[in-house]
Design a protein around this ligand. Structure first.
Ligand code: HEC
Length: 177
């Protein structure tokens, strides 16, 4: 007699064989990506500087690069233009995004490097060398009087620059910093 138990048994056999068939037949979209292909996209830098590349740059080296590749949008000396001011003494009053600047809001100096390297110049991201990004970062930090005019930025010095607003953030996962 074909009992309820038989039904369950037959159903489970069917499901197991269907399952292995599904595992064997993937949608076959894409192909495995190797480390070398991932590397140019794996560029996140952590607040403590983890991920910063070799190289260095000073404010003086950054100035001409800024004038050539950045001031068209961010204004002469980074004072603001079509795009945000990058060098500014504006106070942060309220929470409007328009008020926020690197100096009055960004908690980590390393983010300046990360942002420029991944996203700027706006029309040609990923076109700067690491030395150029260090130099531009140094130029912006020096313009904001967060480092001295002759301080070189590199993987050791940049994470040590403490941003003025840093302690005003409430960290949800402090152990991850
Ligand atoms: C074609 C215009 C353009 C050029 C050229 C350009 N930027 Fe930008 N930049 C922008 C825009 C637009 C934003 C805002 C982007 C956003 O919020 O996603 C921005 C944002 C930034 C920010 C973040 C500012 C903030 O307060 O949020 C930094 C830092 C920056 N740019 C640096 C640079 C540097 C350094 C260069 C030169 C290598 C450069 N930019 C060249 C248009 C430009």
């Amino acid at each position: 007699m074909f009992t309820f138990k038989h039904v369950i048994f037959v159903a489970s056999v069917c499901m197991v064989s269907m399952g292995s068939a599904l595992l064997a037949e993937t949608p076959n979209r894409g192909k495995p990506v190797d480390e070398a292909t991932i590397a140019p996209w794996d560029i996140s830098i952590l607040p403590d500087g983890t991920g910063l590349p070799k190289g260095s740059g000073t404010p003086a080296q950054g100035a001409p690069i800024f004038a050539e590749k950045c001031s068209g949008c961010h204004g002469e000396n980074g004072k603001g233009g079509e795009a945000n001011a990058l060098i500014s003494d504006r106070e942060l009053i309220g929470i409007s995004a328009a008020q926020k600047t690197i100096k009055n809001f960004w908690p980590y100096s390393t983010t300046v490097f990360d942002f420029i390297r991944r996203a700027m110049p706006f029309q040609m991201p990923h076109s700067l060398t690491d030395d150029e990004v260090y130099a531009l970062t140094a130029y912006i930090l020096a313009g904001n009087k967060l480092i001295g005019p002759d301080d070189a930025m590199d993987a050791q010095t940049l994470p040590k620059v403490k941003m003025p607003y840093r302690d005003n953030f409430i960290l949800r996962f402090p152990d991850r910093i």
